[in-house]
Design a protein around this ligand. Sequence first.
Ligand SMILES: *Cc1c(COP(=O)(O)O)cnc(C)c1O
Length: 425
Amino acid sequence: MTPGGVNSPVRAFRSVGGTPRFIASARGAYLTDADGQTYIDYIGSWGPMILGHDHPAVREAIAGALGSGTSFGAPNAREVELAELVTRLTGAERVRFVSSGTEATMSALRLARGFTGRKYILKFRGNYHGHADGLLVEAGSGLMTNAGELGAAAPSSAGVPEEYAALTLVSEYNDPAALDALMAERGHEIAAVIFEPVVGNAGVLIPTPEFLTALHRVKAAGAVLIADEVMTGFRLSLNGATGLLGLSPDLTCWGKIIGGGLPVGAYGGRAEIMDYVSPQGPVYQAGTLSGNPLAMAAGLATLGALEADPDLYLRLDAYTAALGEGLVNEAQAAGVPLSVNRVGSMLTAFFQDAPHGSVCNYADAARSDTRAFAAWFQTMLARGVYWAPSQFESIFTGAAHTDTELNATLDAARAAFGALPGGTL
Ligand SMILES: *Cc1c(COP(=O)(O)O)cnc(C)c1O
């Protein structure tokens, strides 16, 4: 009925083998599948569920909105409230709501082209910005998982005309000299430079300060700097990676947490640019369900709960740090090479023999032993831990993960490392 049995490729178990679990319900840090098996969840719906599943405040907010109708096709007060909250937390002067992260990045790029009158955009190898045509070039996430080989050819998907792909220039992540060189040659033609401020979609990759500085230099060439915070927004801090790393992008894209588990995306930033959006300006962008009242209610409740609990980010950091250290220790004890990258509540354990934190671009990530990862993943799953079913994804922790889940996860990890062919346990 459905191609590959899934409505989004990252849900398939193609790179790890086996059958995707069908989830019947979720609560706190746990998923329960249709066969009644329960798992500690490290996917968090690929990011949105930072508060844990079925959080009372979010459930009540959605239930509260439900009695007043589900979609109006006209402005409603919750859109204004969420826009006020997002602009206050992020410093964006204007924000426009859409229904997915893909729509957010696609719309931000059209806006940058309309604002600058330029055609080309620049992205980084292994970064993923949703599935719009021009962004499926050297893309990460499911494309990296399913390609499984180094340096996938551009474009990354069938159905993307070469002519579209040709308008997307690609540079290497964490290579300031390559970015500077490309900008020196082509900067005057480039409408926008879009980047993941902490990469989650090639596994976690951490930007160097020099790279971040070079990114900000693109503004001098008149290019619009777009931070894709669909994954990192409201996750790495209340103001995402921008707040954590002190970035100043012209535009920012959000998704995932901003909708608290309902379909929401957004883009926003400098008023001078955002006022080019229709009906204020000439760049068209629209959506039948944009600003949907249930989705706005879920977003308001989620961001409200995050703002009301500023220590949450410290707790997530502590949990995820302990998880990373525990994995390193267990891997070492079993003689399995492992290199962990982590920022806050995002973590990837790369199955390779590289110093921790030294995996810093697509090619580095691609050197991982995906067969060992797959075997490890299967033992984890069998022992009740639902890790991301790909070596090239981040896992996510949330407010509902406690010491109980940490200990159970590390017990499972000990068994999973020990069961590997190279393992010595
Ligand atoms: C998930 C993601 C997207 C796409 O968002 P969707 O809601 O899946 O369309 C874009 N950019 C980044 C960085 C993401 O992680």
